[in-house]
Design a protein around this ligand. Structure first.
Ligand SMILES: Cc1cc2nc3c(=O)[nH]c(=O)nc-3n(C[C@H](O)[C@H](O)[C@H](O)COP(=O)(O)OP(=O)(O)OC[C@H]3O[C@@H](n4cnc5c(N)ncnc54)[C@H](O)[C@@H]3O)c2cc1C
Length: 440
């Protein structure tokens, strides 16, 4: 190289805008609604605007009103839950519409859709999410029967938790099972005989949409000619108008009160074998598949819930004066907002990365979906708690929105798997057998 050569500075655009080109007295760059969002594809942007408007105009007021009602009132005829469902259906976000988007946009669409719905109301967002489950999983497993036999308009739910089996049910391969533990008796069994599936037993009161659902994707133990082995279960699509299905009372709970939940009972419910979506030999795959979708969905919804709490706190910090200045002028308040915004941004980033990886890889990484769920729900609780603190006394009254967001966020640490169980299970998925000595 010639020592006397003069190096040319690289083109400025390579590294982004020239420093200080827009410098002014207050050098602050406003972040957008979705934080430090890179330029977005037009189709994704349109969907974002539509769903955001819907979340603002429809979900927020309805979610707030339903939160004050009893669980029975939420599902009663004429309740606003049904107005929400009608309005959401009119947006046309169904499997067919989702399938019409270019596949490379799906990760962003999935994450942004559920973030916006979660921003509107977490309980209603989960209701919309589980609604899709029977058909979504049928599509994943390439099952055409479900699409031919049952219209997508039917209200869907996912039944896995049983009165005696919560964390156990999510651990189909027994990876977190206690050395001295026993699974014990399953509460719900699908007997698989020649040409039929016969279901007996019950699912617990935690089935989201349970009281209103018309079609379930049911995960339960399987009875075959080899007997009942709860670790080799079955996934069955169950129309809930079938003879022998009954429901319990809707559950009263803390947070996400717009989301109806309740038991489903099965008394020798007989279905054609076509309804068997996943057979016992593939049961572990079935649990893995739905869990990796559901955990990423939770990541999106609770990024939105955290963002809602942050935005309320941000606005309040500019309005509320103490000591003669808006409280955002107090350093501790500004610092708290900084950490809240940082956590929302982290939840969003991890959820987008995980949906992108899982939708483009030939097999989803369940532990990555768990990163997203655990991070976003933990952050949602912390951000909502900080928002309550920032509102002072007003934070704990029902007159302001943040106490509801705090309750909504609290349930999410248990929903779709307790976060500590997901971390233990996710940890076991990270063990690389190739790095272990044969005896370890
Ligand atoms: C808002 C909400 C929505 C839900 N939606 C649905 C739904 O749509 N469908 C559905 O089927 N279910 C649903 N669930 C149920 C949910 O998946 C379960 O509540 C969850 O898996 C935990 O089960 P559990 O409540 O029986 O708790 P348990 O499993 O009894 O756990 C109790 C405690 O023991 C700990 N523990 C248990 N086992 C272990 C272990 N091996 N090692 C260490 N600690 C352990 C847990 O971490 C927890 O702290 C929902 C729950 C909530 C709160």
């Amino acid at each position: 190289m010639n020592n006397t050569a003069v190096l040319q500075p690289p083109r400025a655009e390579t590294f982004g805008p020239r420093p200080f080109a827009r410098w002014d007295a207050n050098p602050s760059v406003r972040l957008g609604q979705l934080g430090a969002e890179p330029p977005m594809d037009d189709l994704v942007n349109q969907l974002h605007q539509t769903v955001h408007g819907f979340a603002d105009r429809v979900m927020r007021p309805i979610g707030r009103d339903l939160d004050r009602l009893s669980a029975e009132q939420v599902i009663a005829t004429g309740s606003q839950l049904w107005s929400f469902r009608d309005a959401y259906a009119s947006l046309g976000i169904n499997m067919e519409a989702l399938a019409s988007f270019p596949p490379e946009l799906m990760p962003d669409i999935f994450a942004i859709l559920f973030e916006e719905l979660g921003w509107g109301d977490a309980g209603l967002a989960i209701s919309a999410g589980v609604d899709l489950m029977p058909h979504y999983m049928a599509a994943k497993f390439g099952n055409e029967f479900v699409f031919k036999a049952y219209p997508e308009e039917l209200i869907g739910c996912w039944g896995i938790t049983e009165p005696d089996h919560g964390s156990d049910s999510l651990d189909a391969n027994g990876a977190i099972f206690h050395a001295q533990g026993k699974y014990g008796r399953p509460n719900c069994v699908a007997k698989i005989t020649d040409g039929k599936v016969i279901i007996s037993g019950q699912k617990s009161a935690w089935v989201s949409n349970g009281p209103i659902a018309e079609l379930a994707i049911l995960y339960c133990a399987a009875e075959t000619k080899d007997g009942v082995d709860p670790r080799r279960g079955a996934v069955v699509i169950v129309p809930l108008k079938s003879l022998g299905v009954s429901k319990g009372k809707p559950l009263e709970k803390m947070g996400q009160r717009a989301l109806p939940q309740g038991e489903i009972f099965f008394d020798n419910v007989e279905l054609d074998i076509d309804h068997l979506l996943v057979a016992p030999e593939d049961y572990k795959k079935g649990v893995y598949a739905i869990h990796s979708e559901a955990n990423a969905l939770m990541g999106g919804v609770f990024t939105g819930c955290a963002r809602a709490a942050y935005e309320h706190a941000y606005a309040y910090a500019h309005e509320r004066k103490q000591g003669g200045v808006p409280i955002i002028r107090h350093q501790d308040v500004a610092k708290r907002l900084f950490h809240m915004a940082r956590k929302v941004e982290l939840s969003r980033a991890i959820t987008r990365r995980v949906t992108t990886f899982n939708m483009t890889n030939d097999m989803p990484a369940l532990q990555a979906a768990m990163f997203s769920k655990v991070t976003a729900t933990q952050h949602a609780l912390e951000v909502a708690s900080d928002a309550v603190q920032m509102f002072g006394g007003n934070g704990v009254t029902c007159e302001y929105p943040v106490e509801k967001l705090f309750r909504d966020a609290r349930s999410s640490l248990i929903e779709d798997g307790c976060n500590e169980i997901l971390a233990i299970k996710g940890g076991t998925l990270m063990i690389d057998p190739d790095r272990l000595t044969p005896t370890a």
